[in-house]
Write a protein that binds this ligand. Structure first.
Ligand code: FAD
Length: 777
């Protein structure tokens, strides 16, 4: 699922329903966060998006039959007709889409985002005030269906950004839920038969030796370790493994859950809440960028698409201007060699027997690139014996463990050397102490976190540590530093997102872009990196072309631009199997920021796609659109509201129009799966958060080791770059703070414990600053 939160900011005074709530007005499924009145308003919106279209469909239904190619009995016309009739009859409320929507928002969004959604729902149920959004004096909920459909269509491409934002706050998520939700007691979504999406098989329960080692927390607990690593993704995984290998007693804290192969459901509505930040609904604060980021054991590496691309030399050259040691060519290349070897990066799984393991979507891109003389290259991937018959669910985890994620490589290495992991543990604060050894400056002291249990309990834990490594990713590392009141004005600045424009083709045959290895072909023809010496992110950078992995819910949410009424959307989406998608990934030059949300806890992602970066993506977008049509696509488009997909006759006019329209926030779907730079490494405290060793300028023995240290946008898929710089930082930690001899390490460590980690229950009530770390003495 993707997109949509809810932050339509408006200063209009309105009677939001929440203020007048009483007990009977509570929407129980959202835990009372929303009222029944708000729920009912949302129900009307959802039933506008998907209404009972059985009457309209009656005349056309026979002609739609051939497109419905999947059925238990292909020849049974009656059966297929019934599937279609049910599909066109099905309203959102038949699946309680509104209830699912509010439940998801209540569980994942910050209080300020929830309050924005309440304001929006209030406006749509109010006579008069709602005119700001709908252009109608009557309240939206009281309008007849046709008028409601017209209002929503008007809003999505309105010149008023607030209206576009309101559309974005609701519609993509409703579409995603309509095509992915599984109602209680069922095993699949009832729309799947009509659109030809197969129900994922349940995971096999394969008994196996557990190579990961977990600490189970069942009460308030105090622990002690040589190094705490916060976050278990690319940066956290390799850092934890290297420190454990060097003999450090390592604890890894991960706020997400451990989803083993046996528990990977591969159903979006179940998998995304367990694997992604905000269940895949994270956006920038104005909703204009949909952000996918992993939040589970292994972080982004558990859900990513395995493209393992080395840092371009020209980028390393740019970064060396500020950080000559960290990005020194031979050193960085050695680090990339080392991580590539551990992650089994190879092209054999991509170019099987020279015939290509490309799925249909990648074959379409490869052919398009050949036509464009755009040098299609196979993408190296971190896989081992990829079982291509199972592939395609990479974004919901790899059951066969072919994907060499941090979870099945470095975290296992870490645990084999005595490291331990605490999952569902959100680090809330890095504690510091002023130490004489740092001339009165701050030194790291430990980490306070909260562990959530499946039965809804929360336990506070405190871990006293010699070294703290923050590897919470480029969204959460700055958030945690800000929450910990670490003083450095660069924290959260320089956020790069690699903005992505999807380019969608519609073909006459199934493409099934959710099947097969997702990302196996790349073209760099449209990327021209001109480095910049002063960390300003380069100029005129262009974009690379690749392909995404998108299942039915995610595909649906990205198709909200074609929604004009319920019937026609449902009809169009019968062709979901025939859609192909390329992605143009931009090396962005104008960064955004991470700030603390009003709740003081969550990241507020402030990012506006610049005109310059939008324009730099246009050559690859334009070329892709033409190539799609040339190669037999019946339609091609980008998800831009207000522009109908182009066909052979209209393609040139279409390209002209989208170029002259330019970029407007919330008009075009812009995605991001790569977040970088928000606590960057640099040459001085005035331009960065950490030094070349990855150590904080402000707090001794606090390191950052993840995508947030990258000085600027890397311009290619960043996983290998992040692993490599984290590899370098981990080795710097060992150099700078080698383990003292064993006599001092054991001062407070109980020799009897079977675990390397010691539980210090007597310290649970101490405030962090009261405990001095023995090693320093
Ligand atoms: C769908 C998708 C596809 C991708 N495909 C590719 C690809 O093919 N190739 C590629 O190079 N890159 C890809 N990426 C990007 C790549 O996976 C990330 O850039 C990389 O994983 C980032 O590493 P990291 O260590 O910075 O953070 P992450 O891997 O995001 O890890 C951070 C971890 O920290 C945890 N955390 C956050 N805050 C806290 C806290 N307070 N306490 C405890 N834990 C916390 C998070 O839950 C998360 O698990 C993809 C990403 C996504 C989402």
């Amino acid at each position: 699922m993707s997109s949509s939160s809810s932050s339509v900011s408006t200063t209009t005074t309105t009677t939001t329903t929440s203020t007048n709530s009483n007990k009977n007005d509570i929407h129980i499924e959202s835990n009372g966060v929303f009222t029944m009145t708000e729920y009912k308003t949302l129900c009307v919106i959802c039933d506008t998006l998907f209404s009972d279209d059985s009457e309209v469909a009656l005349n056309e239904i026979e002609s739609l039959l051939p497109k419905n190619s999947k059925s238990p009995d292909e020849n049974n016309k009656e059966h297929q007709l019934n599937i279609l009739k049910e599909y066109f009859k099905r309203k959102s409320s038949d699946l309680d889409v509104a209830g699912q929507f509010l439940k998801l928002i209540a569980a994942t969004k910050s209080s300020s985002q929830i309050s924005d959604l309440k304001t929006l729902l209030g406006l749509l149920s109010t006579t008069g005030a709602g005119i700001i959004l709908t252009g109608q004096f009557s309240s939206f909920v009281n309008l007849p269906l046709k008028s409601r459909q017209q209002v929503l269509t008007m809003m999505k491409s309105s010149s008023n950004p607030i209206r576009r934002q309101a559309f974005k706050a609701i519609v993509p998520l409703v579409i995603s839920i309509y095509y992915s939700v599984i109602i209680s007691g069922e095993t699949s979504n009832p729309n799947w038969d009509a659109v030809g999406y197969d129900t994922p098989s349940p995971p096999e329960q394969i008994p196996g030796e557990e190579k990961l080692s977990f600490i189970k927390i069942t009460s308030e607990t105090s622990l002690k370790a040589d190094a705490v690593v916060i976050g278990s993704g690319a940066g956290g995984g390799v850092t934890a493994a290297i420190l454990a290998e060097a003999g450090y007693k390592v604890i890894v804290l991960e706020k997400g859950s451990y989803i083993s192969s046996n528990n990977m459901s591969w159903k979006e509505s179940e998998a995304f809440p367990l694997l992604y930040e905000q269940a895949g609904t994270l956006t920038s604060d104005d909703l204009s960028i949909n952000i996918l980021a992993g939040s589970c054991l292994g972080g982004g590496t558990t859900v990513n698409w395995t493209a393992s691309i080395r840092t371009p030399d020209i980028i390393l050259e740019e970064w060396r201007k500020q950080c000559p040691n960290a990005f020194e060519s031979s050193r960085f290349n050695r680090a990339m060699d080392s991580v590539s070897s551990r992650l089994n990066v190879n092209t054999i799984d991509t170019v099987l027997d020279g015939t290509g393991a490309h799925n249909k979507n990648n074959k379409i891109l490869e052919q398009a690139l050949r036509d464009l003389d755009a040098d299609p290259q196979p993408i190296p991937r971190n896989t081992k014996n990829c079982d291509t018959s199972q592939c395609g669910n990479c974004s919901m985890g790899c059951r066969s463990k072919s994907k060499q994620s941090s979870m099945v490589t470095y975290l296992e290495d870490c645990c084999s050397k005595g490291g331990q992991i605490i999952t569902n543990c959100q680090a809330e604060e890095i504690t510091t102490t002023s130490s004489p050894s740092s001339g009165g400056g701050q030194t790291v002291h430990g980490v306070i976190g909260y562990v959530s249990t499946p039965d809804g309990l929360k336990y506070r834990i405190f871990i006293k540590a010699h070294i703290v490594v923050c590897s919470a990713g480029a969204l959460h590392t700055p958030t945690l530093l800000l929450k910990s009141r670490i003083k450095n004005s660069n924290i959260g600045n320089n956020l790069y997102l690699h903005p992505v424009i999807p380019i969608i083709g519609e073909h006459t045959q199934p493409v099934d872009l959710w099947k097969g290895p997702p990302m196996t072909v790349i073209s760099k023809k449209y990327q021209k990196i001109i480095p910049n010496n002063n960390l300003r992110g380069g100029k005129n950078t262009g974009s690379i072309l690749e392909t995404p992995n998108a299942h039915i819910g995610l595909s649906g949410s990205n198709c909200s631009f074609i929604w004009e009424d319920s019937f026609n959307f449902k009809k169009k989406f019968l062709n979901a199997r025939n859609f192909s998608a390329f992605i143009s990934i931009c090396r962005d030059t104008v960064p955004g920021k991470i700030r603390l949300d009003k709740d003081g806890k969550s990241p507020k992602i402030q990012y506006k796609l610049s005109d310059r970066d939008w324009k730099s993506m246009m050559p690859s977008v334009e070329a892709s659109l033409r190539a799609l049509i040339k190669n037999g696509a019946v339609e091609a488009s980008i998800p831009m509201n207000g522009f109908k997909p182009a066909n052979q006759d209209t393609i040139e006019q279409y390209i002209k129009s989208i170029k002259s329209n330019g970029y407007k926030s919330n008009q075009t779907v812009i995605l991001s799966a790569h977040q970088m730079g928000s606590c960057r490494m640099g040459s001085s405290r005035s331009n960065s958060v950490v030094n070349e060793n990855g150590e904080s300028w402000d707090v001794k023995r606090l390191f950052i080791s993840d995508g947030s240290v990258l000085p600027t946008s890397v311009g290619v898929n960043p996983m290998i770059t992040i692993y490599a710089i984290s590899h370098i930082i981990a080795n710097q930690i060992i150099q700078l703070y080698p383990l003292p001899n064993s006599s001092s390490t054991t001062t407070t460590i109980a020799a009897t414990t079977s675990s390397n980690i010691n539980i210090l229950n007597d310290e649970i009530n101490h405030s962090p600053t009261q405990i001095a770390y023995e090693r320093d003495n």
